[in-house]
Design a protein around this ligand. Structure first.
Ligand code: KIV
Ligand code: ZN
Length: 516
């Protein structure tokens, strides 16, 4: 079956908005800009850059993305109130192409308990909010929050009213990830059949992954007529996350026989963007994650390896190259120079600025002195670690630890805080505790350590350790990561990274009544 324009699916990425609502994920303005640029290069049609009324930081981020992005439409989220919509419009002002996305809950449960509004008041708010958004742009998207659990008659009425008021995209969210594919597809079929002006809008699916069905539900919606899918890189998002962009797009590409749909995504950029988002958010991609997990193209069983060597299609339904995974020909070691390192990074999908490249090269040289073989995984860990530190207030400088069975374990730590290097020696229950105590002494703060996790990047006792630290402060959580051949240095780097993210997150206030 050939792909016609009717079968072109609009990819709406919400990594910077719903993705940032993942517990633990937070990004500062520069990080959001880097991701927005990478999304534009990936070929994303619409970038939801944030929720401008949520905080000044969100407002600034949406405005900067709006200033920078030229090809993709830049979208800002707003509840139904006038202040939300005006604020979103103001943030989007510099955009070449802008969209306001406004929403209100329509399920009986949400209207009664969350909004405490009568259905007729909600109906009125739909009309008022869409009408107001249309004053600022002719690209207005409206979402009935908790749409999949909304009474069908009320859903049809509100969708009809939103289109009549000027909405050009109608997004149906499965806010709590409750739907199953047949049922979710049927909602789209019903809306297209029953809503008299349905042909005046593009229908969109926004699926959450609480039952692991987000991608399946999005595909069912497309089969039933949706022509926009809302998704995130690596499936980030509230709770269990949103439909993963890479999975949706590769499903269309790989199973074009039964899903004859096309997107504008340059799939060869997928791995690069996935790594960038993982490095910036500190959310490690699970090894067996579809498309972008470290094992997605790895073959362990001898019989599979043999088959792949004879003909890759025996066990690979898509090529690693199609998602930008290049099997590198360059082997790196201590004799590799700056040029080879830059070429290698390019092959792996990284483009670092001059300073970051220089720092990463220096660390690569240190690593190659300590470690005989430098694998691609080592370089990924090292560069991601560099990306994480670009705008930090607190920076790791050095660490000397005394540990072993004779105690007391002590950590002698140097940190650079707001440009000044400071030093402290602390003891603790073991070297990790001593190191974290030294950080707390140098930069006093009250947090709860929720997770401390060490993972070896490659095999062998000289492998780099990749440490993840999760901190919690007044209900806000952040993940930090650090990598080094020394597990304690990696631990200090991870903690410091989490601390920097917490400093960013402190500035944000939780937007009231935004539940998805
Ligand atoms: O999940 C949801 O309902 C949302 C809306 C704001 C679209 O994210
Ligand atoms: Zn959502």
């Amino acid at each position: 079956m050939s792909t016609t324009d009717r079968n072109r699916i609009i990819i709406f990425d919400t990594t910077l908005r719903d993705g940032e609502q993942s517990p633990g994920a937070s990004m500062n303005l520069e990080e959001k800009l880097r991701i927005a640029e990478a999304l534009e290069e990936l070929g994303v049609d619409v970038i939801e850059a944030g929720f401008p009324i949520a905080s000044n930081g969100d407002f600034e981020a949406v405005r900067e993305v709006a200033r920078t992005i030229k090809d993709s439409v830049v979208c800002g989220l707003a509840r139904s109130g006038a202040a939300d919509i005006d604020r979103a419009a103001e943030a989007l002002l510099p955009a070449r192409r802008r969209r306001i996305h406004t929403f209100i809950s329509t399920s009986a449960l949400h209207m009664k308990f969350k909004l405490q509004m009568q259905p007729e008041e909600v109906y009125r708010a739909v009309i008022d909010s869409v009408t107001r958004a249309c004053r600022y742009t002719d690209d207005v998207e409206w979402s009935p929050e908790d749409g999949s659990r909304t009474d069908p008659d009320f859903l049809c009425r509100t969708v009809e009213a939103a289109i009549k008021a000027g909405a050009t995209t109608i997004n149906i969210p499965d806010t709590v990830g409750y739907a199953i594919p047949d049922e979710f597809g049927a909602i789209f079929a019903m809306l297209r059949n029953r809503v008299p002006n349905a042909d005046k809008a593009v229908f969109s699916a926004h699926c959450h992954n609480d039952l692991g069905l987000a991608v399946a539900n999005a595909l069912a919606a497309v089969k039933a007529g949706a022509r926009q899918v809302e998704c995130t890189i690596n499936g980030l998002g509230e709770r269990a996350g949103n439909a993963a962009l890479e999975e949706v797009v590769m499903a269309f590409r790989t199973r074009h026989d039964s899903l004859p749909f096309a997107t504008g995504i340059k799939t060869e950029n997928i791995t690069k963007v996935s790594r960038l988002v993982s490095a910036i958010t500190g959310f490690v991609v699970q090894p067996n994650k579809a498309i972008v997990g470290a094992n997605a193209f790895a073959h362990e069983a001898g019989i599979h390896q043999d088959g792949v060597l004879k003909n890759a299609q025996t066990y690979e339904i898509m090529t690693p190259e199609s998602v930008g995974l290049v099997r590198s020909k360059l082997v790196m070691g201590k004799h590799s120079g700056r040029h080879a390192f830059r070429v290698k990074l390019g092959e792996m999908g990284y483009q670092l600025g001059a300073n970051a490249l220089e720092d990463a090269f220096r660390r690569f040289k240190d690593l190659a002195d300590k470690k005989k073989d430098v694998y691609d995984e080592d370089i990924v860990a090292l560069v991601d670690d560099e990306v994480l530190r670009a705008n930090d207030r607190v920076r790791f400088v050095s660490l000397q630890v005394v540990c072993g069975s004779k105690g007391p374990q002590t950590a002698d730590l140097e940190l650079e805080i707001d440009g000044a290097v400071r030093r402290h020696k602390a003891t603790g229950d073991g070297p990790v505790d001593a190191t974290f105590n030294a950080i707390k002494a140098l930069f006093p703060h009250e947090v709860r350590l929720q997770l401390y996790q060490v993972h070896a990047v490659t095999e062998g006792t000289d492998a780099q350790a990749e440490v993840t630290v999760r901190l919690e402060e007044s209900g806000k959580t952040v993940n930090g990561q650090g990598a080094d051949t020394d597990t304690l240095v990696a631990s200090a780097r991870a903690y410091v990274n989490a601390l920097n993210k917490l400093l960013v997150k402190r500035e944000k206030k939780a937007p009231e009544a935004l539940s998805a």
